[in-house]
Design a protein around this ligand. Structure first.
Ligand SMILES: Cc1cc2nc3c(=O)[nH]c(=O)nc-3n(C[C@H](O)[C@H](O)[C@H](O)COP(=O)(O)O)c2cc1C
Length: 203
């Protein structure tokens, strides 16, 4: 007897952390497309647009003081609630000085606290977010050739994939880097946008 093929769709809560100051940017188009794909697949999404929210990325002396006393400042607790809501995380940002925009770096500084995202144990550091997965989409002004020739490729994604997400236990991380973004043709941009929508649909 033939069995029908059953396709199971796992519906997820997806938090998209978006970092670009310009709502007319290519980065914003990536956000729109991946969101459309995710919605089409039935996932619940929350978009955290750091610039639009006027997010305060500064981990202040009083924040640190509270954290050292085991208290979570309310501005951090609010962010952590969204992080814990999410089964999956998507980060979209432009490469700035071979790294993440300061706004996003600040979000990581504030949100991924000791005790919530990782902890120190007798076996070393233990990541606590190991049931989450992540996708990282980065645009770069430089060409792929430039990054390959200068051996700088790993500088782009390692701070987020290894230094941050993997450290916190998120091992299932995919990332895409879109090079030469100011010089590619319109057709190439549209192709990237189609691919990103599909990534959302099949996430
Ligand atoms: C402050 C700043 C720093 C940048 N640093 C880099 C860099 O280190 N490497 C690189 O390839 N592009 C760099 N760029 C170019 C951006 O990555 C590029 O403009 C962006 O990815 C384009 O995306 P958009 O059209 O959505 O703004 C930088 C741009 C700015 C404004």
């Amino acid at each position: 007897m033939r069995h029908p093929i059953r396709l199971y769709l796992i519906i997820m809560n997806v938090l998209i952390v978006f970092t670009h100051p310009n709502p007319a940017s290519f980065n914003h188009a990536l956000l729109d497309k991946v969101s459309a794909g995710l919605k089409e697949a039935g996932h619940s999404i929350k978009v955290k647009d750091l610039y639009q929210e006027n997010f305060d990325p500064i981990l202040s002396a009083s924040d640190l003081d509270q954290l050292h006393k085991g208290e979570i400042p309310s501005k951090i607790a609010k962010e952590q609630e969204q992080l814990l809501w999410a089964d999956s995380l998507i980060f979209i940002y432009p490469l700035w000085w071979f790294g993440r925009p300061a706004m996003l770096k600040g979000w990581f500084d504030l949100v991924l606290t000791n005790g919530l995202a990782f902890e120190y144990s007798s076996d070393g550091v233990k990541g606590l977010l190991k049931h989450k997965r992540a996708l990282v989409l980065i645009t770069a002004g430089g060409s792929r050739k430039y990054f390959e020739d200068t051996d700088a490729l790993q500088l782009i994604h390692r701070p987020t994939t290894d230094g941050t997400l993997s450290f916190c236990g998120i091992k299932d991380v995919s990332h895409e880097i879109y090079y030469d973004i100011a010089n590619i043709s319109n057709e190439e941009r549209l192709e990237i946008l189609d691919n990103v929508e599909e990534m959302g649909r099949t996430f």
